[in-house]
Design a protein around this ligand. Sequence first.
Ligand code: GAR
Length: 193
Amino acid sequence: MKNIVILISGGGSNMAAIVRAAQRERWGAALGAEVKAVISNRPDAGGLAFAREHGIAAEVVDHKPFASRELFDEALAAAIDRHAPALVVLAGFMRILTPGFVSRYEGRLLNIHPSLLPAFPGLHTHQRALDAGCKVAGATVHQVTAELDHGPILAQAVVPIVPGDTAQTIAARVLTQEHLIYPRAIAQLLPTL
Ligand code: GAR
């Protein structure tokens, strides 16, 4: 069985889309994979309740008590490794990870970023796309490497930017596409792991 651990910081709608796809498409049978745990760095992350309701271990590793990123990442890795994952999925996980953490999961650590990388790495992607006069926005699923929001691209989705759009309307439009491409990219990658 290939275990999947998903890391979240907030609402977890991408995590929910992955869990739903896994259950609907019976990844367990078809791909020999299962979402084993959802881990949040924020105790109040909305997605934790969804995970519990779907019979998935929901855990918190709060970053606040840790004196450094390295110490937090060590505790996070210990929590992840208890589930022996083949794949670690960042789904709205809003912490920068240390190079040591990234190399530990090299080739089996995925992220979704709300822009058409390599454009707009970092934060406030939709506002920056608006400010730049872009006619399209989108999202990217990519392998995580030591450089923030870089790494081999596995999937992208493009949406139009239309007159009257705000960062919020673009975010909502992009999010519906994220929910399609992330589960699909994971399903394509799993047989290679
Ligand atoms: C998503 O739009 C995701 O692309 C973005 O946060 C949102 C999380 O939504 N991720 C990042 O900005 C990572 N730097 P969700 O919690 O509902 O899945």
